[in-house]
Ligand binder design. Structure first.
Ligand SMILES: Nc1ncnc2c1ncn2[C@@H]1O[C@H](COP(=O)(O)OP(=O)(O)O)[C@@H](O)[C@H]1O
Ligand SMILES: O=C(O)[C@H](O)COP(=O)(O)O
Length: 362
Protein backbone atom coordinates (compact mmCIF):
# COMPACT_ATOMS: atom_id res chain seq x y z
CA UNK A 1 0.00 0.00 0.00
CA UNK A 2 0.98 3.64 -0.33
CA UNK A 3 1.50 6.01 2.55
CA UNK A 4 1.75 9.79 2.26
CA UNK A 5 3.80 11.25 5.13
CA UNK A 6 3.09 14.98 5.48
CA UNK A 7 4.07 16.34 8.91
CA UNK A 8 4.92 19.84 10.13
CA UNK A 9 8.03 20.43 12.22
CA UNK A 10 8.02 19.38 15.88
CA UNK A 11 9.03 22.81 17.18
CA UNK A 12 12.29 22.66 19.10
CA UNK A 13 13.07 19.02 18.32
CA UNK A 14 12.62 18.06 14.65
CA UNK A 15 12.33 19.91 11.35
CA UNK A 16 9.52 18.80 9.06
CA UNK A 17 12.03 16.95 6.88
CA UNK A 18 13.50 15.13 9.90
CA UNK A 19 10.03 14.27 11.19
CA UNK A 20 8.96 12.88 7.80
CA UNK A 21 12.13 10.78 7.57
CA UNK A 22 11.74 9.44 11.11
CA UNK A 23 8.13 8.44 10.45
CA UNK A 24 9.07 6.74 7.18
CA UNK A 25 11.94 4.91 8.80
CA UNK A 26 9.77 3.53 11.59
CA UNK A 27 6.91 2.64 9.25
CA UNK A 28 9.28 0.72 6.95
CA UNK A 29 10.56 -1.32 9.89
CA UNK A 30 7.06 -2.71 10.36
CA UNK A 31 5.96 -2.75 6.71
CA UNK A 32 8.97 -2.76 4.39
CA UNK A 33 6.80 -3.41 1.34
CA UNK A 34 4.78 -0.18 1.70
CA UNK A 35 5.54 2.63 -0.68
CA UNK A 36 6.19 5.85 1.21
CA UNK A 37 5.85 9.33 -0.26
CA UNK A 38 7.49 12.09 1.82
CA UNK A 39 5.91 15.55 1.79
CA UNK A 40 7.26 17.62 4.69
CA UNK A 41 4.94 20.58 5.24
CA UNK A 42 4.84 24.08 6.65
CA UNK A 43 2.05 26.52 7.42
CA UNK A 44 4.17 29.64 6.96
CA UNK A 45 6.15 29.13 10.16
CA UNK A 46 9.66 27.67 10.52
CA UNK A 47 10.59 25.41 7.59
CA UNK A 48 8.50 27.38 5.08
CA UNK A 49 11.42 28.23 2.78
CA UNK A 50 13.11 24.82 3.07
CA UNK A 51 9.95 22.90 2.33
CA UNK A 52 9.13 25.04 -0.71
CA UNK A 53 12.68 24.84 -1.94
CA UNK A 54 12.73 21.06 -1.64
CA UNK A 55 9.43 20.83 -3.52
CA UNK A 56 9.87 23.41 -6.25
CA UNK A 57 13.58 24.22 -6.54
CA UNK A 58 14.56 27.83 -7.16
CA UNK A 59 17.53 29.86 -6.00
CA UNK A 60 18.39 30.36 -2.33
CA UNK A 61 20.01 33.70 -1.45
CA UNK A 62 21.44 34.27 2.02
CA UNK A 63 21.19 37.80 3.41
CA UNK A 64 22.05 39.27 6.79
CA UNK A 65 19.25 41.14 8.52
CA UNK A 66 18.69 42.79 11.88
CA UNK A 67 17.46 40.22 14.37
CA UNK A 68 14.60 40.91 16.79
CA UNK A 69 16.95 42.22 19.48
CA UNK A 70 19.30 44.03 17.10
CA UNK A 71 21.90 41.37 16.38
CA UNK A 72 22.96 40.52 12.79
CA UNK A 73 21.01 37.46 11.73
CA UNK A 74 21.34 35.34 8.57
CA UNK A 75 18.19 34.58 6.62
CA UNK A 76 17.40 33.00 3.27
CA UNK A 77 15.29 34.21 0.36
CA UNK A 78 13.90 31.68 -2.08
CA UNK A 79 13.69 33.11 -5.59
CA UNK A 80 11.53 31.17 -8.00
CA UNK A 81 10.85 33.00 -11.26
CA UNK A 82 9.52 36.44 -10.33
CA UNK A 83 8.29 35.21 -6.93
CA UNK A 84 10.28 35.40 -3.71
CA UNK A 85 9.43 33.46 -0.56
CA UNK A 86 10.64 34.66 2.81
CA UNK A 87 10.14 33.14 6.26
CA UNK A 88 9.52 35.66 9.03
CA UNK A 89 10.70 33.25 11.75
CA UNK A 90 14.20 33.38 10.29
CA UNK A 91 14.33 37.10 11.06
CA UNK A 92 12.20 37.34 14.21
CA UNK A 93 11.63 33.76 15.42
CA UNK A 94 10.97 32.86 19.02
CA UNK A 95 14.32 31.02 19.06
CA UNK A 96 15.99 34.45 18.63
CA UNK A 97 14.23 36.41 21.37
CA UNK A 98 14.71 34.52 24.61
CA UNK A 99 12.28 34.76 27.48
CA UNK A 100 12.37 38.48 28.23
CA UNK A 101 12.69 39.95 24.75
CA UNK A 102 9.18 40.23 23.42
CA UNK A 103 8.28 43.74 24.63
CA UNK A 104 11.29 45.22 22.85
CA UNK A 105 11.66 42.77 19.98
CA UNK A 106 11.25 44.10 16.47
CA UNK A 107 10.34 42.80 13.02
CA UNK A 108 12.74 45.16 11.25
CA UNK A 109 14.60 42.12 9.87
CA UNK A 110 11.46 40.82 8.14
CA UNK A 111 11.08 44.20 6.38
CA UNK A 112 14.72 43.97 5.34
CA UNK A 113 14.06 40.51 3.91
CA UNK A 114 11.12 41.85 1.91
CA UNK A 115 13.29 44.74 0.67
CA UNK A 116 16.03 42.31 -0.35
CA UNK A 117 13.48 40.26 -2.29
CA UNK A 118 12.27 43.36 -4.14
CA UNK A 119 15.86 44.42 -4.83
CA UNK A 120 16.49 40.95 -6.26
CA UNK A 121 13.74 41.65 -8.81
CA UNK A 122 10.78 39.80 -7.29
CA UNK A 123 7.37 41.16 -8.29
CA UNK A 124 5.52 38.84 -5.92
CA UNK A 125 6.77 38.45 -2.36
CA UNK A 126 5.22 35.75 -0.19
CA UNK A 127 5.92 36.18 3.51
CA UNK A 128 5.54 33.05 5.66
CA UNK A 129 4.16 33.92 9.11
CA UNK A 130 4.38 31.88 12.30
CA UNK A 131 6.79 30.87 15.02
CA UNK A 132 7.66 34.48 15.75
CA UNK A 133 9.01 35.79 19.02
CA UNK A 134 7.83 39.33 18.29
CA UNK A 135 4.60 41.14 19.06
CA UNK A 136 5.13 44.59 17.54
CA UNK A 137 2.18 44.66 15.14
CA UNK A 138 4.70 44.50 12.31
CA UNK A 139 5.81 48.07 13.08
CA UNK A 140 9.46 47.10 12.54
CA UNK A 141 8.67 45.80 9.08
CA UNK A 142 6.93 49.09 8.24
CA UNK A 143 10.00 51.00 9.47
CA UNK A 144 12.43 48.90 7.42
CA UNK A 145 10.40 49.59 4.29
CA UNK A 146 10.42 53.36 4.87
CA UNK A 147 7.31 54.18 6.94
CA UNK A 148 7.72 56.91 9.58
CA UNK A 149 5.72 57.81 12.70
CA UNK A 150 5.61 60.15 15.70
CA UNK A 151 6.98 57.29 17.81
CA UNK A 152 9.60 54.63 17.19
CA UNK A 153 8.44 51.85 14.91
CA UNK A 154 11.63 49.82 15.35
CA UNK A 155 11.68 49.37 19.12
CA UNK A 156 9.11 46.63 19.71
CA UNK A 157 5.62 47.22 21.09
CA UNK A 158 6.91 49.45 23.92
CA UNK A 159 8.31 51.89 21.33
CA UNK A 160 4.76 52.43 20.05
CA UNK A 161 3.41 53.99 23.27
CA UNK A 162 1.09 56.91 22.38
CA UNK A 163 1.71 56.66 18.65
CA UNK A 164 -0.89 58.76 16.85
CA UNK A 165 0.31 59.11 13.28
CA UNK A 166 2.07 56.80 10.87
CA UNK A 167 3.07 57.74 7.33
CA UNK A 168 2.88 54.59 5.24
CA UNK A 169 3.37 56.34 1.89
CA UNK A 170 7.14 55.77 1.58
CA UNK A 171 6.73 52.05 2.30
CA UNK A 172 3.88 51.76 -0.19
CA UNK A 173 6.04 53.53 -2.75
CA UNK A 174 8.94 51.17 -2.06
CA UNK A 175 6.61 48.28 -2.90
CA UNK A 176 4.91 49.85 -5.92
CA UNK A 177 4.21 47.17 -8.52
CA UNK A 178 4.92 44.36 -6.05
CA UNK A 179 2.24 41.85 -5.05
CA UNK A 180 2.53 40.97 -1.38
CA UNK A 181 1.10 37.79 0.09
CA UNK A 182 0.85 37.11 3.83
CA UNK A 183 0.99 33.31 4.22
CA UNK A 184 -0.35 33.01 7.74
CA UNK A 185 -0.60 30.05 10.07
CA UNK A 186 -3.38 31.46 12.24
CA UNK A 187 -6.45 33.55 11.56
CA UNK A 188 -6.41 35.71 14.68
CA UNK A 189 -7.21 39.43 14.45
CA UNK A 190 -4.62 41.93 15.69
CA UNK A 191 -6.04 42.77 19.12
CA UNK A 192 -8.63 41.76 21.70
CA UNK A 193 -9.63 38.52 23.32
CA UNK A 194 -8.69 36.43 20.28
CA UNK A 195 -5.89 38.71 19.15
CA UNK A 196 -2.16 38.17 18.74
CA UNK A 197 -1.09 39.33 22.21
CA UNK A 198 -3.66 37.48 24.28
CA UNK A 199 -3.39 34.26 22.27
CA UNK A 200 0.31 34.00 21.47
CA UNK A 201 2.01 36.53 23.80
CA UNK A 202 2.52 34.05 26.66
CA UNK A 203 4.34 31.51 24.44
CA UNK A 204 6.78 34.32 23.55
CA UNK A 205 7.50 35.05 27.20
CA UNK A 206 5.00 37.86 27.73
CA UNK A 207 3.82 37.89 31.33
CA UNK A 208 0.08 37.61 31.98
CA UNK A 209 0.14 40.93 33.80
CA UNK A 210 1.55 42.74 30.74
CA UNK A 211 -0.91 41.42 28.15
CA UNK A 212 -3.47 44.21 28.46
CA UNK A 213 -0.80 46.90 28.20
CA UNK A 214 0.89 45.40 25.13
CA UNK A 215 -2.48 44.68 23.48
CA UNK A 216 -3.36 48.34 24.08
CA UNK A 217 -0.17 49.45 22.32
CA UNK A 218 -1.09 47.43 19.23
CA UNK A 219 -4.58 48.93 19.41
CA UNK A 220 -2.95 52.40 19.31
CA UNK A 221 -1.06 51.35 16.18
CA UNK A 222 -4.34 50.15 14.65
CA UNK A 223 -6.13 53.41 15.46
CA UNK A 224 -3.21 55.40 14.01
CA UNK A 225 -3.34 53.39 10.77
CA UNK A 226 -6.39 51.30 9.83
CA UNK A 227 -8.52 49.81 12.57
CA UNK A 228 -10.78 47.97 10.13
CA UNK A 229 -7.85 46.01 8.71
CA UNK A 230 -6.74 45.11 12.23
CA UNK A 231 -9.93 43.07 12.60
CA UNK A 232 -9.26 40.97 9.50
CA UNK A 233 -8.42 37.29 9.84
CA UNK A 234 -4.67 36.78 9.98
CA UNK A 235 -3.89 40.37 11.03
CA UNK A 236 -2.69 38.89 14.32
CA UNK A 237 -0.39 36.30 12.74
CA UNK A 238 3.24 36.49 13.82
CA UNK A 239 2.56 39.11 16.48
CA UNK A 240 0.75 41.42 14.05
CA UNK A 241 3.07 41.09 11.06
CA UNK A 242 -0.05 40.06 9.14
CA UNK A 243 -1.56 43.45 9.93
CA UNK A 244 1.50 45.41 8.79
CA UNK A 245 1.61 43.46 5.53
CA UNK A 246 -2.10 44.12 4.97
CA UNK A 247 -1.47 47.85 5.54
CA UNK A 248 0.92 47.62 2.59
CA UNK A 249 -1.70 45.93 0.42
CA UNK A 250 -0.98 42.26 1.10
CA UNK A 251 -3.58 39.62 0.50
CA UNK A 252 -3.77 36.86 3.06
CA UNK A 253 -3.62 33.19 2.23
CA UNK A 254 -3.45 30.33 4.71
CA UNK A 255 0.19 29.22 4.50
CA UNK A 256 -0.83 25.57 4.60
CA UNK A 257 -2.96 25.98 1.44
CA UNK A 258 -0.13 27.69 -0.37
CA UNK A 259 2.39 24.99 0.54
CA UNK A 260 -0.11 22.20 -0.19
CA UNK A 261 -0.67 23.61 -3.67
CA UNK A 262 3.08 23.96 -4.27
CA UNK A 263 3.75 20.33 -3.33
CA UNK A 264 0.61 19.05 -5.07
CA UNK A 265 -0.61 17.46 -1.87
CA UNK A 266 -4.14 16.61 -2.91
CA UNK A 267 -3.06 14.54 -5.92
CA UNK A 268 -0.47 12.80 -3.76
CA UNK A 269 -3.13 12.08 -1.12
CA UNK A 270 -5.37 10.55 -3.80
CA UNK A 271 -2.51 8.31 -4.86
CA UNK A 272 -2.07 7.10 -1.26
CA UNK A 273 -4.12 4.72 0.89
CA UNK A 274 -3.48 6.58 4.13
CA UNK A 275 -2.09 10.00 5.02
CA UNK A 276 0.12 10.53 8.08
CA UNK A 277 0.57 14.05 9.43
CA UNK A 278 1.99 15.40 12.69
CA UNK A 279 3.40 18.26 14.75
CA UNK A 280 4.94 18.93 18.15
CA UNK A 281 1.76 19.67 20.02
CA UNK A 282 -1.54 18.60 18.50
CA UNK A 283 -3.84 21.00 20.28
CA UNK A 284 -6.91 22.98 19.55
CA UNK A 285 -4.89 25.82 18.03
CA UNK A 286 -4.14 23.21 15.36
CA UNK A 287 -7.58 24.06 14.14
CA UNK A 288 -6.82 27.49 12.77
CA UNK A 289 -4.73 26.92 9.72
CA UNK A 290 -2.07 24.68 11.21
CA UNK A 291 -0.55 21.82 9.23
CA UNK A 292 -2.43 18.77 10.65
CA UNK A 293 -5.80 20.42 10.15
CA UNK A 294 -4.93 21.49 6.60
CA UNK A 295 -3.58 18.06 5.73
CA UNK A 296 -6.66 16.39 7.25
CA UNK A 297 -8.94 18.62 5.18
CA UNK A 298 -7.09 17.78 2.00
CA UNK A 299 -7.11 14.07 2.86
CA UNK A 300 -10.87 14.26 3.32
CA UNK A 301 -11.25 15.86 -0.10
CA UNK A 302 -9.13 13.04 -1.50
CA UNK A 303 -11.31 10.52 0.41
CA UNK A 304 -8.34 9.15 2.30
CA UNK A 305 -8.02 8.60 6.08
CA UNK A 306 -5.61 10.89 7.92
CA UNK A 307 -3.84 10.03 11.17
CA UNK A 308 -1.64 12.32 13.25
CA UNK A 309 1.57 11.58 15.17
CA UNK A 310 2.43 14.28 17.68
CA UNK A 311 4.80 14.96 20.55
CA UNK A 312 1.75 15.55 22.67
CA UNK A 313 -1.91 15.05 21.86
CA UNK A 314 -3.92 17.65 23.72
CA UNK A 315 -7.31 17.24 22.06
CA UNK A 316 -10.01 14.75 22.91
CA UNK A 317 -11.19 12.19 20.38
CA UNK A 318 -14.32 14.13 19.57
CA UNK A 319 -12.43 17.35 18.79
CA UNK A 320 -9.90 15.35 16.85
CA UNK A 321 -12.55 13.86 14.62
CA UNK A 322 -14.05 17.31 14.17
CA UNK A 323 -10.64 18.25 12.79
CA UNK A 324 -10.95 15.37 10.31
CA UNK A 325 -8.27 13.24 11.96
CA UNK A 326 -9.18 9.56 12.44
CA UNK A 327 -6.67 8.88 15.18
CA UNK A 328 -3.86 10.77 16.93
CA UNK A 329 -0.89 9.11 18.63
CA UNK A 330 1.34 10.69 21.25
CA UNK A 331 5.12 10.34 21.60
CA UNK A 332 5.03 11.31 25.26
CA UNK A 333 2.45 8.64 25.96
CA UNK A 334 4.56 5.97 24.24
CA UNK A 335 8.05 6.76 25.51
CA UNK A 336 7.66 9.42 28.22
CA UNK A 337 8.60 13.07 28.02
CA UNK A 338 12.32 12.64 28.60
CA UNK A 339 12.88 10.32 25.64
CA UNK A 340 10.36 12.12 23.43
CA UNK A 341 12.32 15.34 23.83
CA UNK A 342 15.79 13.77 24.17
CA UNK A 343 15.67 11.29 21.27
CA UNK A 344 12.84 12.65 19.17
CA UNK A 345 13.71 10.98 15.85
CA UNK A 346 14.11 7.54 17.38
CA UNK A 347 10.97 7.93 19.46
CA UNK A 348 8.95 9.11 16.47
CA UNK A 349 10.23 6.13 14.48
CA UNK A 350 9.01 3.80 17.23
CA UNK A 351 5.63 5.49 17.28
CA UNK A 352 5.34 5.20 13.50
CA UNK A 353 6.23 1.51 13.72
CA UNK A 354 3.34 1.01 16.15
CA UNK A 355 0.94 3.02 14.05
CA UNK A 356 1.87 0.95 10.98
CA UNK A 357 0.71 -2.13 12.88
CA UNK A 358 -2.78 -0.68 12.90
CA UNK A 359 -2.85 1.11 9.57
CA UNK A 360 -0.66 -0.88 7.21
CA UNK A 361 -2.34 -3.74 5.39
CA UNK A 362 0.94 -5.52 4.84
N1 LIG B 1 9.67 15.43 20.33
C1 LIG B 1 8.71 16.01 21.05
N2 LIG B 1 8.11 15.33 22.05
C2 LIG B 1 7.15 15.88 22.79
N3 LIG B 1 6.70 17.14 22.62
C3 LIG B 1 7.28 17.87 21.66
C4 LIG B 1 8.30 17.34 20.83
N4 LIG B 1 8.68 18.32 19.95
C5 LIG B 1 7.92 19.39 20.22
N5 LIG B 1 7.07 19.15 21.24
C6 LIG B 1 6.06 20.03 21.85
O1 LIG B 1 5.44 20.78 20.84
C7 LIG B 1 5.48 22.16 21.18
C8 LIG B 1 5.53 22.97 19.88
O2 LIG B 1 4.38 22.75 19.13
P1 LIG B 1 4.38 22.65 17.55
O3 LIG B 1 3.03 22.13 17.20
O4 LIG B 1 5.55 21.87 17.06
O5 LIG B 1 4.61 24.15 17.09
P2 LIG B 1 3.66 25.44 16.96
O6 LIG B 1 2.40 25.15 17.73
O7 LIG B 1 4.47 26.53 17.51
O8 LIG B 1 3.39 25.56 15.49
C9 LIG B 1 6.71 22.30 22.04
O9 LIG B 1 6.58 23.38 22.90
C10 LIG B 1 6.73 20.99 22.80
O10 LIG B 1 5.90 21.10 23.92
O1 LIG C 1 2.60 34.54 16.58
C1 LIG C 1 3.01 33.75 15.71
O2 LIG C 1 4.14 33.74 15.24
C2 LIG C 1 2.06 32.78 15.05
O3 LIG C 1 1.24 33.41 14.16
C3 LIG C 1 1.45 31.88 16.01
O4 LIG C 1 2.50 31.27 16.61
P1 LIG C 1 2.90 29.74 16.38
O5 LIG C 1 2.79 29.43 14.92
O6 LIG C 1 4.34 29.67 16.82
O7 LIG C 1 1.97 28.97 17.26
Amino acid sequence: MRVLVAPDKFAGTLTAVEAAEAIAEGWRRRSPGDEIDLAPMSDGGPGFVDVLHAATGGELVVVTVTGPLGEPTPATLLLSGDTAYVESAQACGVHLTGAEGVELATTVGVGQLVAAAVDAGATTVVVGLGGSGTNDGGAGLLHALGATADRRLDAGPLGLADVTSVDLAPARERLAGVRLVAASDVDSPLTGLFGATKTFGPQKGLEEGRIALVDGLLEQLAVATDRRLSLEKGAGAAGGLGFALMLLGATREPGIDLVAAAVDLEARARAADVVVTGEGAFDFSSRSGKVPYGVAEISARALRPCVALAGQVLVGSREMRALGVEAAYSLVELVGEERALGQPAQALGELAERVARTWSRE
